[in-house]
Design a protein around this ligand. Sequence first.
Ligand SMILES: Nc1ncnc2c1ncn2[C@@H]1O[C@H](COP(=O)(O)OP(=O)(O)O)[C@@H](O)[C@H]1O
Ligand SMILES: [Mg+2]
Length: 258
Amino acid sequence: MLDMESEVVIRTEGLTKIFEKGKKREVIALDNVDLEIRKGEVFGLLGPNGAGKTTLIRILVGLLTPTAGNASVLGRDVVKEIDDIRERVALLPQEAGIYDRLTAQENLVYYGGLYGIPKEELYERADSLLETVGLLEKKDYQVKGFSGGMKRKVLVARALIIEPEIIFLDEPTTGIDTIGARVVRNLLKKLSKEEQLTIILTTHDLNEIGELCDRVGILNEGKLAAVGKSSELEEKFRAANLEEVFTGLVTGEGVYAE
Ligand SMILES: Nc1ncnc2c1ncn2[C@@H]1O[C@H](COP(=O)(O)OP(=O)(O)O)[C@@H](O)[C@H]1O
Ligand SMILES: [Mg+2]
């Protein structure tokens, strides 16, 4: 739930990432991004392929360092104080792997073990999370028989076993069928309502934004082209819907801010 009074948990200022590709070519993956996200918010990062969504998330969890500008998560600098952040934020990567031959429960317990969480605690958390995602009865089944949606639910549960304050989900519904995607969306809605969790997700699905997100940031060629509630953006760009805002900003045709 978005509450404009609540504290800022993510802040970027002039955040820039340049990848060197060979001697002369470089890619500006992020270009001077200023962004604030508040506690409890569900924030959607929308953008076409190559817009910089994954790069932004990877910087915020300390997997990449910025070329310029800065970013803080939970009040800590993502470069200098990353060790204070790591165990408080979870990431579901775009290409998340799952251990097919482990059971649902084993997947969670194994992952949590990497963070040094005690065994007993892990089994308790795993049961509770598998219940939350609706897979408790399946906890002793090998994941390999699961549908795409079920696997994604295990991955979300696995990311949550560290009891993070923020979860980043990079395209959590891409590549699964319609029903699976719905299942994952419903889960995220439930988590947002019931837990004090800040959720940042990337997507190129406009419906997903409308359904899930309190606010959206539109990234295009590394630039944050617009940020706000869907309704605010529609008004600002005098568009009928978010799709019009999005295609207008990305193609450079048809929308103009007042
Ligand atoms: N490790 C990397 N090395 C070189 N270029 C990269 C790397 N990661 C991303 N890029 C480039 O940065 C741009 C943004 O990529 P990315 O953040 O993955 O976009 P998105 O997630 O929005 O599809 C793209 O042009 C991509 O090719
Ligand atoms: Mg990506």
